[in-house]
Design a protein around this ligand. Structure first.
Ligand code: UDX
Length: 469
């Protein structure tokens, strides 16, 4: 059992601290936000992550997991100090903002009174390990105290974070102090994962390169999707066919509205910025970002191609979170879609199974006129009176909707499936005018669903007639 302190109770910090406690370690999580810590002490989590609440409760109850706002209390007896604070995109053209990491390093320097290993989990620009060392060294209140710095990037996916922590594909440790790296490796041994020990620069780069590569796969398949759409191929089957090749792999080849979230957009930007600063021009990284931006605009193009002007239209949006199983709204495609649609004079009806409050706050923060946005309780409420529905997050519950009921509630039967969760032929049978991403449009809606008595076809045809005028 080791004594561990985790600085920052955001996604990475809270998951890391709780999982280490669950492995039997004694963990104290520190955050400077008092309200957050007060809530955590009552078992209220600042984030939504499946399974985390139960795990926090179990470990708090077992006396292995503690929360405090006091660095002094957190660092007391800590053998390992994890820095897991945010590194948002700064004001400087995409560079990662190191303010919080440096602040944490300064606080460690103030409180440290014994040897400890400082482990950086925050995604920091290559070379930041040296910055952390320097900040601690220059600010040590007790200069005789020794410490080591290890970089240990995280690869946690939101919504899957506990599984990713407990069954990692690899653990990466970077340090100029091999003994310190070995001590950290011992913390991870019970996970039986490959552990790669390298220098600190390389470890930091592995994180950026991994995220940028995954983002590249997404932008690549999105570009292929556009070509598929034009040439009549189906991108879902193309991805399937490519994915069987072990050298390629099927993962991260789902075409859609592009990547969002707290990592990919920020990390690709930061890596491109680092390369730019180094006098290089990373063409591929810039293309990845451009494609990702354009991908969201496809929804607007598809809507206007079918509806003409969006002024006065009601557009239903299913899903706000940047991906399913999270309430995280950071860089979510839904924000851009709602911004653009409302800017064209449409009103929006939205529903997300989890991201309602975070969604409202994010839209407000982005300056979107909330008078134009109605938050609904169900998908069917969203569909009521809508001129089009846009699937922007692939939540499971959207995959099993009663599409007849959805269709019947709508004013016009237009379905833009931004995540390719439906099949065109089936949706056409329900009378929808259906557009996926990179999949062609399917046959015209000519077959009535069995047993349906509503005049689905009539209205769908009417719409296309109206629009062709
Ligand atoms: C990611 C990395 O996976 C993780 O290793 C890192 O530590 C943090 O960033 P996360 O942002 O939680 O995790 O989500 P992820 O599941 O990787 O998805 C990122 C984005 O890519 C989402 O917006 C998702 O919708 C999109 N995506 C993913 C696609 O558009 N297509 C795909 O095939 C896969």
């Amino acid at each position: 059992m080791s004594n561990i302190c985790v600085l920052g109770t955001g996604y990475v910090g809270l998951v890391t601290g709780t999982c280490f406690a669950d492995m039997g370690n004694n963990v104290t999580c520190v955050d400077i936000i008092e309200e957050k810590i007060a809530k955590l002490k009552q078992g209220i989590l600042p984030i939504y992550e499946p399974g985390l609440e139960e795990m926090v409760e179990r470990n708090v109850h077992a006396g292995r997991l503690h929360f405090t706002t006091s660095y002094e209390e957190g660092l007391d007896n800590a053998e390992f100090i994890f820095i897991a604070v945010p590194t948002p995109t700064g004001a400087n053209q995409g560079a990662a903002d190191m303010r919080y990491v440096e602040m944490a390093a300064r606080m460690i320097a103030q409180e440290l009174d014994h040897y400890a290993i400082v482990i950086n989990k925050s995604t920091v620009p290559v070379g930041s390990g040296d910055v952390v060392s320097r900040v601690i060294r220059n600010n040590l209140k007790r200069p005789e105290v020794n410490f080591a710095v290890v970089s240990n990037p995280e690869f946690l996916r939101e919504g899957n974070a506990l599984g990713d922590f407990q069954r990692p594909d690899r653990v990466v440790l970077g340090s100029s102090d091999p003994e310190a790296a070995q001590s950290v490796a011992r913390l991870y041994l019970p996970l039986r994962a490959p552990i790669l020990v390298t220098d600190i620069y390389t470890a930091e780069m592995i994180k950026y390169a991994s995220n940028a590569f995954l983002a590249t796969k997404i932008s690549f398949i999105n570009e292929i999707a556009q070509i598929c759409e034009r040439l009549g191929a189906d991108v879902k089957e193309v991805a399937e066919g490519m994915g069987h090749d072990k050298r390629i792999g099927r993962a991260f080849l789902d075409a859609g509205l592009g990547y969002g979230g707290s990592c990919f957009p920020k990390d690709v930007r930061a890596l491109a910025h680092m390369a730019d600063e180094a006098g290089l021009h990373p063409q591929m990284l810039h293309a990845v970002m451009d494609i990702n931006h354009d991908q969201r605009r496809l929804v607007i193009n598809k809507l206007t191609n079918i509806l003409g002007s969006l002024r006065g239209c009601v557009i239903g949006v299913l899903g706000l979170a940047f991906k399913p199983n999270t309430d995280d709204m950071r860089e979510s495609a839904s924000i851009d879609i709602i911004r653009w649609v409302t800017a064209q004079g449409a009103t929006v009806r939205v529903y997300d199974p989890v991201a309602t409050e975070t969604g409202r706050a994010a839209l407000e923060r982005e300056g979107i006129n909330l008078d134009m946005v109605e938050f609904c309780q169900t998908s069917y409420d969203v569909a009521t009176g809508a001129d089009a529905l846009v699937i922007s997050t692939e939540w499971n519950e959207f995959k099993s909707l009663n599409m007849l009921q959805v269709r019947a509630a709508m004013r016009r039967p237009v379905l833009i499936d931004g995540r390719n969760i439906y099949e065109a032929t089936e949706m056409n049978r329900y009378g929808f005018i259906y557009r996926g991403i990179g999949r062609g449009t399917g046959p015209a809606p000519t077959i009535l669903p069995p047993g349906d008595t509503t005049s689905i076809l009539g209205e769908a045809q009417l719409l296309s007639l109206e629009e062709s005028k």
